[in-house]
Write a protein that binds this ligand. Structure first.
Ligand code: C5P
Length: 411
């Protein structure tokens, strides 16, 4: 279920001090199961030895178009044709200029010209070089041709100055790659709205009613939605997680804010997955100033019900998925929620069971559909749970299976 497993990635490395970070990227991609073909410019080889990449990828590194060790000298488009995606990281001003011109005098240029796969360009250079109109024009040219321009980030540059020109972090490069590879997934062209995290219901400016949800389950569903090619919106209650590259985050705090955002986003969505832990009760009144103890020995809050958000989402050709986090009679309690909430599918889990629940990276979920059919999933990562749920969503929507092995479309 790893989106990079068995995929071919062509990694073009050009000459910047950020080359050492490309080693980390290559290593990460290999760990995720990708086959990585590294192509280096002469300048890149001044910074990092090809042997470093060869050791990390367990494959020969392409050093020139006429390199007798490389298949590129026999078939100059071999890597271009095999690649599911091409990543240029770091991409220097020089390499970007050459790509904009369509030059093919090195393995990176030739591969980019010949490939039909998505190309992700990760610039890295001095801020002035990046801001220069020549570079800006070249970047725009590449973007207009459908290349993904990922970065650069702002921060400390090799010169010691602060500015825009840093290569983006490995995790972000992997995120862009997953976004590109997912484009032909089973949910391509579909919109998925995922709610995540626990809502906070304010009592006064310092106190709130909250719950133990971390948002991990919802974010894992969003990651899976990106990998399947969906336009993905996370309606996120406060949390500390990094959203997947490509997801749009609508930040909310309370159940009422979450309702407004979910209803607005669901109007043109194909599926809504409510993974958020929504407060059932909210203080009837929120104090504008901090409440004082005032010598009282007890205190009671007047609470009112929050709206049932998923119940308010109209079905109209849209698939509705809920979660039931239970501690007792898990399946029976989950089943009872399907009809009143108008769900197509509910993911029931015992939050007290080992390998389940809040903060954990794994979950043990049972899926129950409207017809009462039960599918018990063993303990698996929350990401895998997300994939399983979205596979069911795709089949309920009548989506064709992913075209992972089909001929890639032109950019
Ligand atoms: O809290 P409950 O067990 O009813 O939650 C079941 C499902 O309903 C979950 O998917 C949850 O996100 C959703 N829910 C909601 N609005 C609420 C409470 C729960 O949409 N006010």
């Amino acid at each position: 279920m790893n989106p990079l497993e068995g995929r071919s990635v062509a990694l073009g490395v050009s000459g910047s001090i950020a080359c050492y970070k490309a080693v980390d990227l290559a290593s990460k991609l290999v760990q995720l199961g990708a086959r990585v073909d590294v192509m280096m410019t002469e300048a890149a080889m001044e910074f990092v030895a090809p042997l470093t990449f060869a050791a990390v990828t367990h494959r020969p590194v392409v050093e020139s178009l006429f390199d007798p060790k490389s298949e590129i000298s026999i078939d100059h488009v071999a890597i271009a044709e095999r690649a599911d995606a091409v990543v240029i990281a770091p991409a220097t001003a020089q390499t970007i200029a050459k790509l904009a011109l369509g030059l093919a005098d090195d393995p990176i240029g030739a591969t980019v010209l010949a490939t039909a796969a998505p190309v992700i360009v990760c610039p890295a250079m001095d801020a002035h070089m990046y801001d220069n109109p020549a570079t800006q024009m070249n970047v725009e040219t590449l973007a207009s041709r459908g290349f993904v321009i990922a970065g650069p980030a702002e921060g400390r540059l090799a010169s010691g100055l602060m500015g825009k020109g840093r290569l983006i972090e490995t995790a972000e490069m992997v995120g862009h790659l997953r976004l590109a590879l997912g484009r032909r997934g089973s949910l391509a062209g579909r919109k998925v709205v995922v709610s995540a995290g626990g809502t906070k219901e304010d009592i006064d400016p310092v106190r709130f009613i909250g719950n133990r949800s971390t948002g991990k389950m919802g974010y894992a569903v969003a990651e899976a939605a990106i990998d399947l090619g969906a336009e993905t919106v996370i309606v996120a209650a406060p949390n500390a997680l990094q959203p997947p590259v490509g997801a749009r985050v609508e930040a909310v705090r309370s159940a009422l804010e979450m309702r407004d955002a979910v209803l607005a986003e669901s109007s043109d969505a194909d599926a809504v997955v409510m993974a958020a832990a929504v407060a059932d009760w909210r203080p009837r009144e929120r104090s504008a100033s901090k409440l004082k103890k005032g010598g009282r020995s007890s205190f009671s809050l007047d609470l009112e019900r929050t709206p049932d958000i998923i119940a308010e989402v109209e079905r109209r050709g849209l698939v509705k998925v809920g979660f039931a986090a239970e501690s007792d009679d898990v399946l029976a309690n989950a089943r009872k929620k399907i009809a009143p909430k108008g769900l197509d599918l509910i993911a029931a889990n015992d939050v007290t069971a080992p390998g389940s629940g809040f903060g954990s990276d794994t979950n043990r979920v049972t899926l129950i559909d409207r017809g009462g059919n039960v599918e018990e999933l063993g303990v698996m990562t929350k990401y895998e749970v997300g994939r399983r749920i979205l596979d069911r969503v795709a089949s309920l929507l009548g989506c064709p299976a992913a075209r992972r092995d089909a001929q890639p479309p032109a950019r």
